[in-house]
Design a protein around this ligand. Structure first.
Ligand code: HEC
Length: 164
């Protein structure tokens, strides 16, 4: 339990600089993944043969190692999410902003929480599919067929993050 608390403390220190940049939801995901990593690491440690716990020093070293692993895992999750958001931002700015920055032709405007709340009620997957296949005045993939589905998906997530 002490170990878990330390991991949490470590997490809050590490993430402090990114506090503003990251949304609350992303932070929750990161925290959750750290807790899971720590729990997994802790249970693995319990299964270790008694020899591994022989001295308090060995125990501490093991705990430090576990925390390093948890921290590394958290960093990777965080980097993955940042990369996804950057991809979404790039696609949005290049293709989607033409309509969604201003709300032309009834496109839900990015940042308009009320407008997006209505669309979000249908579920994120529905929105992703609508953006891929097109809907109403929106052409498939926002009119840019060279986009992969992954890129369109990232753009949808980016737009939603800015709109709630
Ligand atoms: C040519 C203008 C235009 C472009 C470019 C465009 N959209 Fe749209 N988008 C619209 C319009 C108009 C709607 C509303 C459609 C409707 O409700 O009939 C819409 C709706 C949406 C919705 C909500 C769909 C739903 O079912 O609620 C999403 C999500 C979306 N767009 C994502 C994107 C993404 C991602 C891109 C860039 C890859 C993009 N759009 C580019 C015009 C555009």
């Amino acid at each position: 339990m002490n170990l878990l608390l330390s991991c949490k403390a470590l997490n809050s220190i590490c993430c402090q600089q990114e506090e503003n940049a990251m949304s609350k939801r992303l932070k929750r995901v990161v925290l959750l993944s750290v807790v899971i990593t720590a729990l997994l690491a802790c249970s693995r440690q319990e299964e270790a043969p008694p020899a591994a716990k022989q001295t308090p020093q060995a125990g501490m070293e093991k705990a430090r190692e576990t925390m390093r692993e948890a921290h590394e895992g958290m960093k990777q999750v965080h980097e993955g999410m940042v990369a996804g958001m950057e991809m979404g931002k790039a696609v949005y700015e290049k293709t989607c902003a033409a309509c969604h920055a201003t709300g032309v032709n009834g496109a839900p405007k990015v940042g308009d929480k009320a407008a997006w709340a209505e669309h979000l009620a249908e579920g994120i997957e529905h929105l992703v599919q609508a953006a891929i296949k097109g809907e109403g005045a929106m052409p498939p993939k926002g009119g840019n067929p060279s986009l992969s589905e992954e890129e369109v998906r990232a753009a949808v997530h980016y737009m939603i993050e800015l709109s709630r």
